[in-house]
Write a protein that binds this ligand. Structure first.
Ligand SMILES: N[C@@H](CCC(=O)N[C@@H](CS)C(=O)NCC(=O)O)C(=O)O
Length: 264
């Protein structure tokens, strides 16, 4: 018999989704309590050492940090989602960290008004997804036919792009066929679908509007963006520069970022 589990959440949080997906995959019943992160309740502040969600309340104990919570669930609940081989398990944990770093990049894409920073992060995301493509096999999931924790980490990553794609094509997945297939398989998974409320896209749009960042300014131009690249003298890194076609609103697009080159 297990203690009753309560997941303290925020409706848009990808780290909460990671935990909710793992709980869903394992078929563990839990209660979800959503809070408003812009107006954190006192009870939450008193139990959350970092002031962040997710928290998992287990009986009288409070766990924080999504990766720690996931590992706890792995150790206590049926339906293992990690490989058993220690090296392979460690490799999966490494890619979980990679997923977390992508979430930090996405935060900048969502919120920054700095066009230069935006372009740098877009190029970095492109490079990271390209690297990830090289890790994928025949699918449909990260490690093959069985859903694993890495899948739970990346499903919320890809969910962002379902909304971003409606705004502007950032071209971060261009030519990455395995990744595209993986993204599709994850989007169809019941645990992934059930990890957010049905109007998640509308809520994310509202969040983006509130921050009124560079992403929305690009969209406001109302025309396709061409992401161009010029090879640097070192022959390895490249500059990426977004360009508009004919509106002449070049002030928005003065940024150049240098990142390791990946095929475009
Ligand atoms: N490393 C943490 C990150 C969690 C996180 O950043 N949560 C965000 C929401 S997605 C949060 O609670 N932010 C509130 C704040 O920073 O005040 C984890 O993996 O659980």
């Amino acid at each position: 018999m297990f203690d009753k589990l309560t997941l303290v959440s925020f409706d848009l949080c990808p780290y909460v989704q990671r935990v909710a997906i793992v709980l869903g995959e394992k078929g563990v019943p839990f209660t979800r309590v959503d809070i408003d992160l812009s107006d954190k309740p006192e009870w939450f502040k008193s139990i959350s050492p970092f002031g962040k969600v997710p928290l998992l309340q287990v009986g009288g104990q409070v766990l924080f940090e999504s990766s720690v919570i996931v590992e706890y669930l792995e150790e206590t609940q049926p339906g293992p989602l990690h490989p058993t081989d220690p090296l392979e398990k460690a490799r999966h944990r490494s890619w979980m960290e990679f997923g977390s770093s992508i979430l930090a990049d996405i935060w900048v894409i969502e919120t920054t008004r700095d066009s230069e920073l935006f372009s740098a992060k877009r190029a970095l995301l492109r490079e990271k997804f390209h690297r990830l493509e090289g890790e994928l096999g025949s699918g449909p999931f990260f490690a093959g036919p069985d859903f694993c924790v890495v899948d739970a980490v990346f499903a919320p990553v890809f969910r962002y792009f379902d909304v971003f794609d409606e705004i502007v094509d950032l071209e971060v997945f261009k030519g990455l066929d395995k990744l595209a297939a993986w993204r599709k398989a994850l989007a169809a998974r019941p645990s992934v679908i059930g990890a957010v409320v049905a109007d998640y896209p509308a809520r994310l749009h509202k969040f983006l509007k509130k921050h009124d960042g560079h992403l929305l300014r690009i969209a406001a131009l109302g025309e396709p963006i061409r992401w161009t690249r010029a090879l640097n003298a070192d022959g390895f890194s490249a500059q990426y520069q977004p360009k508009t076609t004919n509106k002449g609103d070049t002030a928005v697009f003065t940024s150049i970022s240098t990142v390791p080159m990946v095929p475009f």
